[in-house]
Design a protein around this ligand. Structure first.
Ligand code: TAP
Length: 471
């Protein structure tokens, strides 16, 4: 209640303008006492500012990878739900308050959302640990911390998106004036993977919202819970109804319908190269939507004999085992110069043996469970294939005999270029090491002249700048 006349007028004006509209909505939470707190987790679809059941009340189980138990049942979106969410996003874009508020007010809402995410950071990180097996301390800093920073960063962009005036021929009689004006495209479909559920969502959503678009988000089916908690926070932040919609469901149904939908104007996707290609095709065939794809990788790390070996071991470890190897920028292959190769491997194995594998909620855990069961199975197959093709399995390669989806941190040596594990990403905690002959530093030419052996590689040779030195 405003206690002075001045405050009352301010409040009235803000209300009349529709500002500060904290969304109210009844939420059927799943409550769970974990990590010395009570989690309140929405579990239904989020469409047009309300949590609702899916068509036909369809649901699926979301699983805790630490012990394989069911966390809760989550609504499973159907094609008709996609159509409802896209319609809500379209209406919010074309007719709602979102399109009418100033860019500065849009920024204010995004700042408020970032603040709310910060207030709920422990809860979000705990949900990420529960649903994705993310190590809690890492989730707090990376999965959630970087998501908050992303929203703050993009909130600052809202009122700095400008066009330009372009000098052209001023000849009479027209005295032409040419200018560009940047406008939002409309409804954006956001399809994300399971490795950093909240962070991947934030990277895409924050940019879309800052530019004034509305979004329909499809989280990976195996990790839906932080996306739904995020939806609740958008409501609390006062982001108008329909601007953000979240649809847990399968890629082949929900993701596909988003890619095909005539009212979706852009798709942002992170995931596998195979699905990315398919989405690009669907976007072209449906309505020539814009599409941005972040796909797979197999980044190499080259370690030369004159490196600081302690640092090289440390970098090698973190570049492979960070976030259980479920990391698109992981070093997919290590090349180690012959004369230090054996010592490098010895030290890596020593470090691997020190890694504390365990419950991601324990503060001293380094390495939690893999994200979900199918991924664990894929990692087992990957390693079996490496062994079959003749690579040397130095350590790991197996599921850890305990409940949940734990996989041993693994090291392979003697990996040759033709092998499957040399070419394909594991997306897990698997270090793939190949050796190269001493003195072959020319392969990574300081001059920028590459012998074509390792184009585009990163380099740990002391004489070289640390970066992609080859062409
Ligand atoms: P994908 O199988 O490609 O799944 C990614 C997302 O796409 C999921 O939400 C998935 O839904 C959905 N999807 C599946 N089929 C679809 C379709 N036909 N139309 C639209 N959406 C569809 O990848 P993944 O297994 O989750 O992630 C692992 C791979 O992603 C890794 O191998 C890695 O290469 C890549 N990745 C890359 C990056 C970056 S930044 N470049 C980051 C993370 C991951 P479901 O829920 O049904 O699976």
């Amino acid at each position: 209640m405003a206690t002075t006349f001045g405050d009352f007028i301010q409040l009235l004006v803000r209300k009349l303008r529709g500002d500060d509209e904290e969304g109210e909505c009844s939420i059927d939470y799943v409550e769970m006492a974990v990590n010395k707190r009570t989690l309140h987790m929405p579990h239904q679809l989020f469409i047009g500012g309300a949590f609702v059941d899916a068509e036909g009340a369809k649901t699926f189980e979301t699983i805790n990878p630490t012990d394989g138990s069911v966390i809760c049942r989550v609504s499973l979106a159907q094609v008709t739900d996609v159509d409802k969410a896209v319609a809500a996003a379209k209406d919010a874009f074309e007719n709602g308050r979102w399109g009418k508020i100033s860019a500065r007010d849009r920024g204010r809402l995004l700042y408020r959302l970032a603040d709310l995410m910060e207030q709920h950071q422990e809860e979000l990180a705990t949900i990420e640990a529960l649903d994705a097996g993310a190590v809690y301390t890492l989730a707090l800093k990376t999965h959630v911390g970087m998501s908050i920073q992303t929203f703050r960063y993009f909130a600052g962009w809202c009122d700095k998106i400008q066009g330009s005036t372009i000098p052209i021929n001023q000849a009479r009689p027209n005295r032409n004036l040419t200018l560009t004006r940047k406008e939002p495209v409309g409804v954006c479909g956001i399809i994300i993977p399971w490795n950093y559920p909240l962070m991947m969502l934030s990277w895409k959503t924050a940019a879309c919202l800052a530019a004034g678009n509305t979004v329909v988000i499809k989280p990976a089916q195996v990790t839906p819970l932080t996306a739904l908690k995020f939806a609740e926070l958008t409501l609390k932040a006062g982001i108008p109804k329909g601007v953000v919609n979240v649809l847990p469901g399968s890629g082949s149904l929900v993701g596909q319908r988003l890619s095909d939908h005539p009212d979706v104007r852009k798709i942002g996707f992170t995931g596998s190269t195979e699905v990315g290609k398919h989405i690009m095709k669907s976007c072209a065939i449906s309505n020539v939507k814009k599409v941005s794809l972040e796909l797979g990788g197999k980044s190499p790390l080259i370690i030369f004999a004159d490196c600081d070996l302690n640092k090289a071991v440390q970098m090698g470890m973190s570049s492979v085992f960070f976030n259980k190897g479920e990391n698109c920028i992981a070093a997919g292959r290590l090349f180690v110069e012959d004369s230090i190769h054996d010592e490098f491997v010895r030290r890596v194995v020593q470090e691997v043996r020190k890694m504390k594998v365990g419950n991601p909620l324990d503060r001293d855990t380094d390495h939690g469970p893999q994200n979900h069961h199918a991924h664990l199975m894929k990692l087992m197959e990957y390693c079996q294939r490496g062994v079959k093709e003749g690579a040397t399995l130095v350590c790991g390669g197996n599921q850890i005999p305990r409940p949940g989806f734990f996989f041993e941190p693994t090291v392979f040596t003697d990996v040759e270029d033709h092998m499957f594990i040399a070419k394909e990403e594991s997306f897990g905690p698997v270090m793939i090491i190949s050796r190269f002959a001493d003195g072959d530093v020319d392969a990574c030419a300081v001059s920028g002249q590459c012998h074509g052996i390792w184009p585009g590689f990163w380099c740990l040779h002391q004489g070289h700048q640390q970066g992609p030195v080859c062409q």
